[in-house]
Ligand binder design. Structure first.
Ligand code: 13P
Length: 288
């Protein structure tokens, strides 16, 4: 069932668990994530970055694929199709294409421009029952050209953006995309606590960069108001490792092992296992 992310995230915020956003890259990814959500009675958010959207032949192709797959596979758990780190133009294009949720990432604009553009996206989304995620401006984090600590948001700016009527708010607390460097300092729970206090205890917060954050930190972040955790790289790593193993064992050269339906099967199963593991950690199993 394709729905906006609003209700599933409000429920998660109230129930102190988080819904996973798993980014999709192709048909196998989408099918693996949808089936895992259904098997585990978990709500789920399919994330699509602008780059992945282009790779999959544009937002209309993605929306058509997801809608058809939900129907064909008999997916009854709540599924949101969400634009990840959308530009202002991208957010409108995704809404036109049939996405049920969009992130407008105005964090690289000054706070005034971020507010103005976020307001425009919210106004359009409200007309169509689409949920909106906004991101708040970053403060520092760079040393010798290496981003070690990740970005840390200003709690007052978070309150300003949250007050515009967004459905979920991404605020940097030292989290970064991809694999964390060895010298990473961890999540900044002090700032997360301040943000949570300023935006109120009903606003779902979003933790980007879910790959590689130690489990205890993820649980603590959820206890402080994180209701959506984004995971992308970890599924890619699982898929790549399983595919590598299959090829290194020479299985692509046995019988019809080169058939893509066989070649991609171990990676597909690996994505399912990673998604299930994350759903268990986030506490979203049996919450559909
Ligand atoms: P990772 O690739 O680090 O899991 O981050 C995903 C993400 O935050 C997508 O917005």
């Amino acid at each position: 069932m394709l729905v906006s992310a609003k209700e599933m995230l409000n429920k998660a915020r109230a129930g102190k668990y988080a819904v996973g956003q798993f980014n999709i890259n192709n048909l196998e990814w989408t099918k693996a994530i949808l089936l895992t959500a259904q098997e585990n009675h978990s709500p789920v958010i399919l994330g699509v970055s602008e780059g992945a959207g282009k790779y999959m032949c544009g937002f209309p192709t993605v929306a058509a694929m997801v809608k058809a797959m939900i129907e064909t596979l008999g997916i009854t758990v709540p599924v949101a199709l969400h634009l990840d780190h959308g530009t202002y133009e991208g957010a409108f294009k995704a809404m036109d294409a049939g996405f049920s949720s969009v992130m407008f990432d105005g964090s690289h604009y000054g706070i005034e421009e971020n507010i103005e553009k976020t307001k425009e996206v919210i106004a359009e989304a409200a007309k169509r029952g689409i949920s909106v995620e906004a991101e708040v401006g970053a403060i520092g984090g760079e040393e010798d050209g290496v981003i070690g600590g990740g970005e840390v948001a200003d709690p007052d700016e978070c309150a300003m953006i949250a007050g515009l009527g967004v459905d979920m708010l991404a605020a940097g607390i030292g989290n970064i995309h991809g694999v964390y460097p060895a010298n990473w300092k961890g999540l900044n729970f002090e700032v997360l606590g301040q943000i949570s206090q300023k935006v109120g205890d009903t606003m779902p917060l979003v933790l980007h960069g879910g790959t590689g954050i130690p489990e205890e930190m993820v649980k603590k972040a959820i206890s402080l108001g994180v209701s959506k955790v984004n995971v992308n790289t970890e599924c890619q790593l699982s898929f790549a490792a399983a595919t590598r193993k299959y090829i290194e064992e020479g299985k692509d050269q046995q019988g019809k092992g080169f058939d893509p339906r066989k070649l991609l099967a171990p990676g597909f199963e690996a994505i399912k296992a990673t998604v299930k593991e994350k759903m268990e950690l986030f506490g979203s199993i049996d919450k559909a």
